[in-house]
Write a protein that binds this ligand. Structure first.
Ligand SMILES: Nc1ncnc2c1ncn2[C@@H]1O[C@H](COP(=O)(O)OP(=O)(O)OP(=O)(O)O)[C@@H](O)[C@H]1O
Length: 346
């Protein structure tokens, strides 16, 4: 099956359509989409636009009315749905852990179904608990009700990864957590995916989350019609139309600053004074701008040279304000929104 390459498999949707019985219009209408192997693609769109239906057709929790789905070149509709689902990881907001099974048993469920030996399953469960930052000795034998919401969501992700599937479907998997836990889970997940390079479809309502996690974002309209499908940077720089621009909101420049690293920008080879603020190469341009504003200067030192305010503006395609530099000292805590209003949008 397509899971021979567990590092990720290409997903192709062709004219994919779902018309629920008794409904006046299809929930998903004639969708074409290619998802390259090893990429994480985020579906964003308003409630009811068909994100979940599109995703559930891929593991056949919903049967398509018409169209084609291929994973790793294989026709998904010709496979037995149960067999198919054992090779696609699935994580959802409600987590769906079995309350009467321990955490270890929940994670080991699919490997057991796949006929793995008890020893191999036990090793995998331990490996996965460690991977999602849950100490195996502390969590293996607990029941789901004995875990916090964020911990349960980590178990949900571990369970989806259990059989090392090439494809993962994730429907708002961090949705039910508070903002701090959510950010933590997102950061961990970004690190994890860098390592695993699964092919992932990730549904969210949160555009910030889409920018942070996605190699590409599919912005969907009603009936899953694709308004734009591109990298976060390209969508932020060139939204296809007002609909997409509406999703991005007011802070496109800020979001682009957050996406770019100091290392991505041409720095000038010039002497650095002792009082020039310093920034690391992997800091974002948003952080660099904050540092400049906090120090009332238009430049800061980085490992590859001096990063100037003008270079920063050029990197996000914004004209530097005339007379240039962020002149007033502002506390770092004033945050980038205030900074950009002050420095970029004058
Ligand atoms: N089982 C069903 N029977 C009939 N209609 C359905 C069924 N499931 C979903 N729908 C309808 O299909 C459309 C798309 O629903 P879907 O859940 O895919 O949207 P969504 O974009 O995931 O929404 P949300 O963001 O609110 O979860 C909606 O109009 C919904 O009411």
């Amino acid at each position: 099956m397509f899971d021979r390459d567990t590092g990720g498999a290409r997903i192709e949707l062709r004219a994919l359509t779902k018309h629920y019985p008794g409904q006046p219009a299809p929930a998903v209408d004639n969708v074409d989409l290619d998802i390259p192997a090893g990429e994480l693609v985020v579906f964003v769109g308003p409630s009811g636009c068909g994100k979940t239906t599109t995703m559930k057709m891929i593991n056949r929790l919903v049967e398509p009315t018409s169209g084609e789905i291929r994973i790793g070149g294989q026709d998904v509709l010709s496979l037995h749905p149960d067999e198919l689902r054992r090779h696609i990881g699935y994580a959802i907001q409600q987590v769906g852990l079995f309350p009467h099974l321990t955490i270890g048993q929940n994670i080991g469920l699919v490997p057991k179904l796949l006929g793995w030996s008890a020893a191999r399953t036990a090793d995998r469960v331990e490996e996965l608990l460690t991977l999602v930052n849950l100490e195996p000795s502390a969590f293996h034998d607990r029941y789901p009700s004995q875990l916090s919401g964020g911990q349960q969501q980590r178990v949900g992700v571990a369970r989806a990864l259990a059989a090392d599937p090439p494809v993962m479907l994730m429907d708002e998997p961090f949705g039910a957590t508070d903002p701090i836990t959510r950010e933590h889970l997102q950061n961990e997940f970004v690190k994890l995916q860098k390592q695993l390079r699964k092919t992932i479809i990730f549904v969210t309502h949160d555009f910030e989350e889409a920018i942070k996690l996605g190699d590409r974002i599919a912005v969907l309209r009603e009936r899953s019609h694709i308004a734009q499908y591109d990298t976060p940077a390209n969508i932020l720089a060139n939204p296809a139309d007002d609909y997409v621009a509406g999703f991005i909101g007011q802070d496109a420049t800020l979001k682009r600053l957050a996406l770019l690293r100091v290392a991505d920008v041409q720095c000038e080879r010039q002497p650095m004074s002792a009082d020039m603020p310093r920034i690391t190469a992997d800091a974002s341009l948003r952080e660099a701008l904050d540092v400049m504003l906090a120090h009332g200067t238009d430049r800061c030192g980085s490992p590859s040279g001096v990063l100037t305010y003008d270079a920063l503006c050029e990197a996000v395609g914004t004209e530097p304000a005339s007379g240039t530099a962020p002149a007033r000292k502002e506390p770092v805590g004033a945050g980038p929104a205030a900074a950009l209003k002050e420095a970029v949008r004058r």
